[in-house]
Design a protein. Structure first.
Length: 319
């Protein structure tokens, strides 16, 4: 069993107050693997890690304000977390969920040898829940219909220009994700400068206008949470699924409409490329954990055949 509360304390350190908590999960935990989906590329200003086994720094918004969190794991499996900023205590309270305590991988049944092998080799892979829609919604919208290189560049630009410096002793260059208020104040020409086209800009601004309501999607969870997100113009099935996977750890939210996933799943599980409809049919036996099956395929090491050139990124700043 997990230690339900762990140890938590806070103390003053000059103008910065550090809060700390120790928590030992009652399951195998791949700390970096669970948190990895929250990272948006190597240069993500909200994330910093020096490599395997090193501490992970993460900056986020919370209902109480910004928070910087530093996480590392001791040899006995205990996770030690320190946090700074007005949202520090909220961030620490959510530590178990962030690290997948609410996930239920033991209920997963593999129906394909490749999936079964990946599940066996990676028992510490879980779906964590950040508890925040906004922080994962903006980068997910930025990833709509563009390459990862383009989306990550835009995310960095928005964070650097409009996000506040990370609270506490965070590594140099770390920033807080821009808040809904800050996003709504971004001038048109700055969106262009960040390489964000008008369609994605409109979707992000629509989300910012109702951001406080969208946070209730975490409480609804599952399909109900995804339905709430899809009420916003510009938020479709793919974007809602990408948010659900990260914000409330939804193991059934398949990213339908993805450029790569149907082909990868098809080649891995049935030996041929699939469209979205056929992919969902293949994944149907895994319900209500279809995205977990997709995740195992993604981390299995399988590589689909390549028959043509890769999609070339566009630089919207030059248009």
């Amino acid at each position: 069993m997990s230690e339900p509360a762990g140890l938590a304390h806070g103390h003053e350190g000059g103008s910065s107050r550090v809060h700390a908590r120790e928590w030992r999960p009652g399951y195998l935990l791949d700390l970096a693997g669970v948190l990895a989906p929250l990272r948006r590329g190597r240069g993500d200003p909200t994330w910093r890690s020096a490599g395997t086994g090193s501490a992970i720094w993460r900056v986020s918004t919370t209902p109480d304000g910004a928070a910087t969190m530093r996480l590392h794991r001791r040899a006995d499996g205990t996770v030690v977390a320190e946090a700074w900023g007005p949202g520090a205590q909220w961030a620490l309270d959510g530590l178990p969920a962030l690290l997948g305590e609410s996930d239920r991988p033991e209920e997963f049944v593999a129906h394909h040898p490749l999936v079964a092998d990946a599940a066996r080799r990676m028992p510490g892979l879980r779906f964590g829940a950040s508890g925040r829609v906004w922080d994962v919604l903006v980068p997910s919208v930025l990833e709509q219909k563009v390459t990862g290189v383009e989306a990550r560049r835009s995310w960095r630009e928005l964070c650097w220009r409009f996000g506040d410096p990370a609270p506490g002793p965070a590594p140099d260059g770390m920033r807080v994700p821009p808040t809904p208020v800050q996003i709504r104040a971004v001038p048109d020409w700055e969106w262009h400068r960040a390489g964000v086209d008008s369609a994605r800009r409109r979707a992000i601004l629509a989300c910012a206008a109702v951001a406080h309501r969208l946070e209730t999607a975490c409480e609804l969870g599952g399909e109900r949470g995804r339905e709430l997100l899809r009420k916003v113009p510009g938020i479709g099935v793919w974007t809602a699924a990408e948010v659900a996977q990260r914000a409330w750890g939804d193991p059934d939210a398949v990213s339908v409409g993805d450029f790569h996933i149907p082909t990868l799943v098809g080649w891995a599980l049935v030996g041929r490329p699939l469209d979205d409809t056929a992919m969902l049919a293949v994944l149907a036996p895994y319900s209500p954990q279809r995205q977990r099956a997709v995740r195992y395929v993604e981390v299995s090491g399988f590589r689909r055949p390549r028959f043509g050139p890769r999609y070339s990124p566009k630089d919207y700043r030059a248009m």
